[in-house]
Ligand binder design. Structure first.
Ligand SMILES: [Zn+2]
Length: 298
């Protein structure tokens, strides 16, 4: 196990001359290059070359500061019809370093072994502003907990009641002024609308469990993480997508925010996730419901 933070690397990286865009790597967007440099300056487990090699793409989405939200798509292959679409998101909370690093490791796995079994869309860092400040923080640059900012019926009452009564106005849990007040959550909801994932996987830390919101049941275990339902918080992604949209949301809570699981464990969690998706996704697709006109005879 190794610590994730690289406290002195950022200043060193900033002192070095900017690398020119590397078209041969498929990384041509200067915003992505700049973001990779900042991510690798912050996370010991993600090197700059490694980040560039993943050939992430600027989604067009922006955090409050203007930092890009980057993603990578692994589309269906000609040879195989995928079992379904999976949207995987890390770094919703900016101080959960391992939740970003582990997505980079899984991106590498997909780069090497994408078999077309699923149509993946991978977002390693939804909250770049939270991670990339000098002192990383859970919230975005507006001080909003993005995982409390998603819409729900009577959002204001539900989130405010929870924030005041259950968290005693903890600033780390501030839901924002209104549902979708933040550019990062607005981007994700648009992304969910456009991609219409069959399953959403959200990576967090440090509870060391698997949580689940949605129809039917979540995975019993992923690696050494076992299913343990934490409850569905008002304004959370699990509440929004899992409960209201009936899109299964698997939340992977890694054991430590600042320590990466060992490589064997990183691989085991991935293997178990793929296995669970393979076994369950077709049925979950049905349970989640297709558009009425396609499933119901008139
Ligand atoms: Zn979290």
């Amino acid at each position: 196990m190794r610590a994730l933070l690289k406290p002195f690397a950022l200043s060193v990286a900033l002192a070095l001359p900017m690398q020119p865009p590397r078209a041969q790597d498929g990384v041509v967007d200067p915003d992505v290059i700049a973001l990779c440099e900042r991510i690798s300056g912050k996370l010991a487990s993600v090197g700059n070359e490694e980040c560039l090699e993943r050939r992430l793409v600027d989604s067009g989405g922006r955090a409050v500061s203007g930092a890009p939200i980057i993603f990578k798509e692994y589309p269906p292959l000609q040879t195989r019809k995928p079992l379904g679409r999976v949207l995987l998101i890390g770094g919703i909370h900016g101080d959960e370093y391992s939740s970003v690093s582990i997505v980079f490791k899984w991106l590498k796995t997909l780069d090497q072994h994408h078999s077309g079994l699923f149509h993946w869309r991978m977002v390693p860092l939804l909250n770049p502003d939270g991670l990339l400040r000098t002192e990383s923080q859970r919230m975005n640059a507006n001080g909003v907990d993005l995982n409390r900012n998603f819409p729900m019926p009577e959002w204001e009452q539900a989130t405010q009641t929870y924030w005041v009564a259950k968290t005693n106005r903890n600033p780390r849990r501030f839901p924002g002024k209104s549902a979708l007040s933040e550019p990062e959550t607005r981007w994700l909801v648009r992304e969910i609308d456009a991609f219409t994932p069959d399953v959403i996987v959200a990576v967090h830390a440090p509870h060391g469990i698997v949580d689940y919101d949605g129809p039917k049941d979540g995975p019993y275990k992923l690696g050494r993480l076992y299913l343990s339902l934490l409850g569905t918080f008002p304004g959370s992604l699990g509440n929004y997508a899992g409960i209201q949209r009936s899109t299964p949301v698997v939340t992977i809570e890694l054991p430590f925010a600042g320590i990466m699981p060992k490589p064997g464990e990183v691989a085991e969690i991935w293997r178990d996730l793929v296995q669970w998706l393979t076994r369950n996704l077709p049925e979950y697709r049905q349970a989640a419901g297709q558009p009425v006109q396609e499933t119901e005879p008139s």
